[in-house]
Design a protein around this ligand. Structure first.
Ligand code: ADP
Length: 490
């Protein structure tokens, strides 16, 4: 395996995969790979620049133009994706451990990510030969039909929070449709993406179909989003970076899918089953240390049960413990010192603004000093105009609000510039329908919450949360273009 090449100092020297070959950056530069649990370097990845990106894009373009990939029967492409699913299963323990070490996430979250990842390859492997165009009613003497064609080279820029899963949802849909792929994983968490490209080679994907170029966002990522031979760009990450990537892609007038995070509300009505809701409300913000696009970071509670919900959540928050990934506690470390400082800064500002802290979790006392731990914080009651009420924290920070009735619940829920996911907790069936329709979010869960799995469920945002849809069958439409063919046969 390319990944296990220990140097004298014990670091693994990882090579990116371009055109089916494991290669270093052309400049020879490397980026240290740090484990967030202890801050220690345990590997290095190539620090690629525009030249490496150009090589990868040209390899992907050649595989698209002259290789077998887009001309292969869809069922054959599907079989390769299914083979990749089986390789993920076979190498599941290694992938889960690597993901957890690279990102600091608890071991069981690494395992959950592997389970979702293999489902993506399974789903899109099965879907490859089930998507098709239409025949259209048209003028007498004509037959009109549509084909769904791949864009060509898809450039995928991946964040560090769920590298395996987000790569799988991009790669599954893009490859099922016959595109070729250049992935730029996040500089903070690239190891499993490289490993997936190695597994794709083992599965038998033709060279150049599945490329992974590692490097910094401002360098390799920017070069990928601006490359004129990239036909479509897909990105998951922060709104500011999403804007930069869209501007770059716009210079080539290429299409984009943007998944840019959220400030997702969970709305708890007085008639809700609180025993069912409470653990879900906590998990939705604690999972992955709150570093989840779909984190349920705002809980809106109807006034009659506000005190009960606030004190039950405070009790649970006070029991939460952060610690090393292999200790498998409630949450791990945050990804890097910058993220920790950002979360800590937002929390400090909210406290300074007088927003009360209802509870804080703990950091296990014996953690390594170099780890990037941050204890969970529960804020309530929060003024909806406060920064902490409107901006994504991307950390284990929950804000509580109270409301009276449906109108105010809708106003608060829709009162941020985001619209990714929402949760609605009520036993009233008519209200469930009314609320689900009025809340502006790409996914709405009634008496539940969770987008992490849900491979089959279209996922994406309204407003600043982005545009385009990933997951499910719908992602296959984003990853293809409709061609209309008209026959005039008289
Ligand atoms: P963060 O700031 O937490 O790293 P980002 O949204 O900036 O989150 O990063 C998500 C992904 O976008 C990463 O793969 C990163 O390398 C990449 N990226 C960052 N800046 C740019 C950029 N200017 N152009 C293209 N990709 C970028």
């Amino acid at each position: 395996m390319d990944m296990d090449r220990p140097e004298t100092d014990g670091r693994r020297i990882v090579r990116q995969v371009i055109g089916g070959k494991s290669v270093a950056a052309s400049s020879g530069s490397e980026i240290d790979v740090v484990c967030p649990s202890d801050g220690l370097v345990f590997a290095s990845i190539p620090a690629s620049d525009a030249e490496d990106v150009d090589r990868a894009v040209r390899a992907a373009a050649a595989a698209f133009e002259t290789g077998p990939w887009p001309r292969m029967p869809a069922v054959e492409r599907g079989r390769l994706l299914t083979r990749l699913c089986h390789l993920v299963e076979k190498n599941g323990d290694e992938l889960a451990a690597l993901e957890s070490r690279d990102t600091g996430k608890p071991a069981r979250q690494g395992k959950a990510d592997v389970a979702a990842t293999l489902r993506y390859y399974e789903f899109y492997g099965g879907a490859a030969d089930k998507i098709h165009g239409d025949t259209l009613p048209f003028l007498d003497g004509y037959t009109a039909l549509t084909l769904r064609e791949p864009h060509g080279v898809v450039g995928g820029i991946i964040p560090w929070n769920y590298p395996l899963q987000i790569l799988a949802r991009v790669a599954g849909a893009a490859l099922a449709m016959g595109n070729t792929l250049v992935i730029k994983p996040a500089e903070d968490a690239s190891l499993t993406a490289v490993r997936m490209a190695e597994l794709a080679r083992e599965a038998g994907f033709p060279d150049g179909v599945f490329n992974v170029v590692t490097g910094y966002g401002g360098e390799a990522g920017a070069a990928l989003s601006a490359h004129p031979l990239v036909d479509y760009v897909t990105f998951t990450g922060s709104p500011a970076t999403g804007t930069a990537i869209q501007q770059a892609a716009a210079l080539n007038n290429r299409g984009v899918t943007m998944e840019l995070g959220g400030k997702s509300p969970q709305i708890v009505f007085a008639d809700a089953d609180l025993d069912k809701a409470l653990p879900v409300l906590v998990n939705a913000i604690i999972q992955n240390g709150g570093q989840t696009c779909s984190a349920g970071s705002r809980v809106l509670v109807e006034r009659p049960v506000y005190e009960a919900v606030a004190s039950a959540l405070a009790e649970r928050f006070a029991r939460l413990v952060a610690g090393p990934h292999d200790a498998d506690l409630d949450l791990g470390a945050l990804i890097n010192p910058r993220q920790k400082a950002r979360v800590a800064g937002m929390v400090a500002d909210a406290e300074k603004a007088g927003i009360p802290v209802l509870a804080r979790g703990a950091i296990r006392p014996d953690v390594r000093a170099g780890g990037y731990y941050f204890a969970p914080v529960l804020f309530g009651t929060v003024d909806p105009s406060a920064t902490i009420a409107r901006e994504e924290v991307f950390g284990p920070v929950l804000t509580l609000f109270s409301f009276d009735g449906e109108e105010e619940a809708v106003r608060l829920a829709n009162g941020t510039d985001y619209g990714l996911v929402a949760g609605i907790w009520t036993k009233d069936g008519a209200r469930q329908h009314r609320m689900a329709k009025r809340v502006r979010a790409g996914q709405v869960f009634v008496n539940g919450y969770g987008a992490g799995g849900g491979i089959e469920l279209p996922f994406g945002g309204f407003k600043r949360s982005g545009h385009g849809r990933e997951k499910g069958f719908e992602a296959l439409y984003d990853m293809s273009a409709t061609k209309t063919i008209v026959f005039n046969h008289g």
